[in-house]
Design a protein around this ligand. Structure first.
Ligand SMILES: *[C@@H]1O[C@H](CO)[C@@H](O)[C@H](O)[C@H]1NC(C)=O
Ligand SMILES: *[C@@H]1O[C@H](CO)[C@@H](O)[C@H](O)[C@H]1NC(C)=O
Length: 386
């Protein structure tokens, strides 16, 4: 063997050792990320742009009147009682109310920064979803926790609630795996970790109505209470077979109909599919249609993140990175959907200039009252002029 060949072989084996070393390092880092990543993600294919383009954008939400500006910190949901008094829960732990004469009252305080969905029962109690503590009842006696567990497991993300005429409280639990402060991990994981629950005040029992939901959010009852509607903030559909590609999941923004009576009792159907945004709270309107607040959770600049498991693990492991790419867009959008699931009209603030990240819309007395997780006021929009 001549010396040139020998030195070539040595340098080749040197290169091989080097690349082996680099490869093992990469492998170790990857393993580290995958093992310590808190999620086991599915890949997400984003919806066709057509669903958004079907609903032309406008700026009608920019005409909102701001109620209680500076007094109400990120009021996620609002409710108005039969006397026209408006209630909302704010991030500083207050349940505040707005009297008809325009004055705000700090009404009841609870040690919480995660009170979301709110409703009022026939008997006049205020029911609030506290993401972390469960379902709360608020009245003249103060605040009581009605339920915090289901089947022995803690409720992690109570989100929105509605009372049926038999007194049952139906409420959503967005994720059984991640709490409110980690909701983005549930989005990255893209798995059906949520459930719809029912609290029966006569027996003090909490039961699961539907499980395996994709981040269930708003809950509403139909006019006749023969079905309820529950919105899945993001619904992943497995298109692996259809597209003959590994693990391709398409996102659909949709709400489901769950029959409470009649021949379809206990069945779940699609109420509205392909919404032009991720549905948050939903409320029945006086005419039998529904108001749904839609969020823009995935910004177009960072769509790619949702198409790679590696990116997802990386983002889930390093929260700082997620902050950089989290696509929470400022755009606000509210749609009015008929009882047959057709979109009748929509109101937007396309730039979020006046009101952004609207999470709920409640109709009362020809006005829409809007909650938001980025505003410090309740939006009030006259419907006749809008
Ligand atoms: C507004 O009404 C509430 C409730 O009736 C009352 O407590 C409050 O003093 C009133 N405020 C003003 C400024 O009239
Ligand atoms: C209801 O059940 C919970 C346990 O799930 C219990 O802590 C609470 O005291 C009960 N309330 C009533 C009124 O029985």
């Amino acid at each position: 063997m001549d010396s040139t060949a020998a030195s070539a072989r040595i340098s080749r084996s040197h290169v091989t050792t080097c690349s082996c070393f680099v490869l093992s390092c990469l492998l170790a880092i990857t393993l580290q990320i995958v093992i310590f990543s808190p999620i086991s993600p599915d890949i997400l294919e984003l919806p066709p742009a057509t669903s958004a383009s079907l609903v032309p954008t406008n700026s009608r939400l920019q005409r909102v009147i701001k109620l209680g500006e500076g007094l109400v910190e990120t009021p996620e949901d609002v409710w108005v009682d039969k006397n026209g008094i408006l209630y909302t829960a704010t991030r500083d732990g207050w349940i505040k109310r707005l009297h008809r004469n325009g004055s705000w009252e700090d009404w009841r305080k609870f040690d919480s920064n995660s009170m979301f969905g709110i409703t009022i029962t026939k008997s006049g109690s205020i029911i609030v979803c506290d993401c972390e503590k469960g379902l709360l009842k608020v009245d003249d006696d103060g605040v009581t926790v009605l339920t915090s567990h289901v089947k022995g497991t803690k409720i992690r993300l109570a989100d929105d609630v509605i009372e049926a005429s038999d007194g049952s409280l139906y409420f959503s639990d967005g994720s059984t795996k991640f709490g409110f402060h980690n909701w983005h991990l549930d989005l990255l994981e893209a798995k059906p970790n949520g459930q719809l629950l029912k609290y029966d005040p006569s027996s003090n029992d909490t039961s699961v109505v539907i499980d395996g939901l994709y981040f269930p959010n708003g809950v509403a009852l139909s006019t006749d209470q023969d079905y309820l509607v529950v919105c899945e903030t993001w619904k992943m559909i497995d298109k692996t077979m259809e597209m003959a590609l590994p693990s391709i999941i398409a996102v659909r923004y949709r709400c489901l109909k769950y029959w409470l009576s009649g021949e379809d009792k206990g069945k779940t159907q699609i109420f509205v599919d392909n919404l032009p945004g991720a549905p948050d709270n939903i409320n029945l309107a006086p005419d039998g249609s529904y108001w749904i607040a839609l969020l823009q959770l995935i910004s177009s600049r960072f769509e790619f993140v949702h198409t790679s498991k590696a990116f997802k693990h990386l983002l889930a492991t390093f929260p700082g990175l997620f902050e950089l790419v989290k696509g929470v867009d400022k755009k606000a959008m509210v749609v009015n959907v008929a009882a047959d699931g057709k979109i009748i009209r929509s109101f937007d603030d396309p730039t979020g200039e006046v009101i952004s990240f609207v999470t709920s819309a409640l109709e009362f007395d020809d006005h829409l009252y809007l909650g938001s997780l980025t505003s410090n006021f309740i939006g009030k929009l006259p419907l006749n002029a809008a």
